[in-house]
Ligand binder design. Structure first.
Ligand code: PEP
Ligand code: MG
Length: 588
């Protein structure tokens, strides 16, 4: 696409899905259904309820159809996003209120359902919680579909008209992402949204570059304007000049060739230039991902986020279902270790079912989460421990407890594990008698008193995503305070050092499985501080391995020393960036 002679402008938002897209904008401005409003007589009430019932059935079928398509084309996890939509249709509070409104106001069902639905949307949208804000978008989406079925007015499907363009919209709903054809949609740019929006999750797995949270970008871009989306840096360039296009063309080529070369290097062993091994492992959410981890050179699975087996199902997975999933991952890893983290539900990962309810909390990250929930639901915890123990008969399995706040919790977890082992022994069921267990260190109290946790642990795994949010008091989901989320903050560096020291004194292993482990810029510092193992998303493994292979342990130690003495986090980061650039220069 040729550059235009119009003035170039650049907008900055949140880099939500990496990659670079360049093309014409498809501006989605209006897509609401016209809602008819009229009065009805009392004898028409039953007929209106019937109309609503029929529309609900039809809407459910449409959503299930989309869900099946997504399951076939993208994957099970993304398909499960639509479970939330199905739940809206079953929400008796919302539907019941709409019927009551129709009965008292004697208005047609469309106007009542729209009025009540709108009230719910606004209530959720005002809550300062990313997860609950997403519920507003789910309800809005389902309401539009329901109205379309009540009025017969057709909803526009994005896939039909985006066609090789960049979608520019206020928000992108999960239904929208279902109708996106990977080949047709170049990129996504939205006013609203965060890295955790459902649609963004789908965009990421479809490899569609996306920049979100731009405020009012829809009022600044004209239909068919030429735009460039930089999903690496969170920038949108409208009317890019020839110079900008040239620069981004080069960047795209460079990124592609670098990725290829680093994948080549990742086939070699993970050790520093002077021969110190550093284990690099993968974080996975489902067993199938183990294959990709192996392809990209993982030394094992450092974090299997088992709660994804529970999310969006609204039903507890059975011991057998869990066992099959864990065993699959263990067998795929072919003798390499697999660390299964016990359930970390709560926080942003809410689970609702008829068997257990987690309730909405005002401070979910400080609430009923992870082992706090598990120790309170012994049957759920035990079923999972049994499944993990059974899987341990098929390879090198380790158990890791999330959100340990102190020694008492750890000993309660271990006691339940011992009871579970005894039960399996009595039943004659095989498991690894030497199975290792570890505590995640992700709460400041656990970090400060790490020495008290050594006795009950074979290893520590540091969850920096949570540890940093709790240390600096910065919500990891809130983009308004994202600038304060600083992994090189002196408090973070010192805390990491304290944990390593406690592990060293207690003669147990120590690793990191938070996002910083996959940040190649942070790697020399983490290795220098004494981390023996880093665990990250598989796609990040090649770049991290390249850095490890191109540094000496003495350099890493010098960096750690500097970071421990320095009082300014931005200066530490500058040093790290300089070091990283010097290593990447070798690759160019
Ligand atoms: C962490 O907190 O760093 C971690 C790995 O766990 P999660 O991101 O799942 O909370
Ligand atoms: Mg965590």
């Amino acid at each position: 696409m040729e550059p235009t002679d119009k003035q170039e402008s650049v907008f900055e938002g949140i880099a939500a899905s990496p990659g670079i897209a360049h093309g014409q904008a498809f501006l989605l401005t209006h897509r609401e259904i016209t809602v008819p409003e009229y009065s009805i007589s009392a004898d028409k009430i039953d007929a209106e309820v019937d109309r609503l019932d029929n529309a609900i059935v039809k809407t459910r079928q449409q959503i299930q159809k989309i869900q099946n398509e997504i399951r076939g084309t993208i994957g099970e996890d993304e398909a499960r996003i639509f479970d939330a939509h199905l739940l809206v249709l079953e929400d008796q509070a919302l539907i019941g209120e709409a019927i009551r409104d129709m009965q008292t106001e004697l208005s047609n069902i469309e106007s009542s359902i729209w009025k009540i639905g709108h009230r719910y949307v606004e209530a959720f949208a005002q809550i300062d919680d990313e997860y609950l804000k997403e519920r507003a978008s789910d309800i809005r989406d389902v309401m539009r579909r329901l109205l379309s079925n009540l009025t017969g007015e057709q909803l526009q499907h994005l896939g039909e008209f985006v066609n090789n363009k960049v979608l520019v919209a206020h928000d992108v709903t999960p239904s929208d992402s279902a109708s996106m054809d990977q080949a047709n949609l170049l990129g996504i740019v939205t006013d609203a949204g965060s890295k955790t929006s459902h649609a963004v999750i789908v965009a990421r797995s479809m490899n569609i570059p996306a920049v979100v949270g731009l405020g009012d970008i829809t009022s600044k871009i004209n239909q068919n304007a030429v735009i460039l989306v930089d999903g690496y840096d969170g920038k949108v360039v409208v009317n890019p000049s020839e110079a900008t296009l040239f620069r981004y063309g080069k960047l795209k080529d460079k990124k592609r060739s670098l990725e290829k070369r680093m994948i080549e290097y990742s086939k070699e062993a993970s050790a520093t230039r002077d021969g110190h091994p550093v284990k690099l492992m993968a974080n996975i959410e489902k067993a199938d991902e183990a294959e990709r981890a192996l392809e990209l050179g993982a030394d094992g699975i450092g974090l299997f986020r088992s709660e994804y087996l529970f999310m969006n199902t609204h039903k507890l997975p059975t011991e057998e279902e869990q066992f099959q999933a864990y065993r699959k991952a263990v067998e795929k890893m072919n003798g390499l270790s697999v660390t299964i983290r016990t359930l970390d539900l709560g926080g942003d990962k809410v689970f609702d079912s008829s068997e257990v309810s987690m309730y909405r909390e005002s401070n979910p990250f400080l609430g009923y989460r992870a082992v706090r929930f598990c120790l309170d639901h012994e049957n759920v915890f035990k079923a999972q421990l049994r499944a993990i123990l059974r899987a341990s008969a098929f390879g090198d399995v380790r158990i890791m407890y999330p959100m340990i706040s102190g020694a008492l919790e750890l000993s309660q977890c271990n006691a339940l594990l011992e009871t579970t082992k005894n039960e399996l022994r009595t039943e004659g069921i095989a498991f690894d008698e030497k199975i290792k267990t570890g505590a995640m260190i992700e709460i400041p109290s656990a970090a400060i008193a790490a020495d008290t946790l050594v006795e009950g642990s074979d290893f520590f795994s540091i969850g920096t995503n949570d540890l940093i949010q709790y240390l600096i008091a910065v919500d990891r989901l809130n983009d308004r305070v994202a600038h304060l989320y600083e992994p090189t903050h002196p408090a973070v560096v010192r805390t990491l050092n304290m944990i390593v020291e406690a592990a060293r004194k207690g003669k147990i292993g120590v690793s990191i499985c938070g996002e910083v482990a996959g940040d190649p810029v942070m790697v020399p510092l983490l290795v220098g501080l004494g981390m023996e193992c880093l665990s990250m998303s598989s796609t990040l493994l090649p770049n991290v391995k390249f850095v490890v292979q191109n540094m000496d342990m003495s350099e890493a130690k010098a960096i750690a020393k500097m970071a421990l003495e320095e009082t300014d986090g931005s200066v530490i980061l500058e040093h790290l960036l300089d070091f990283y650039t010097s290593r990447m220069d070798q690759l160019y």
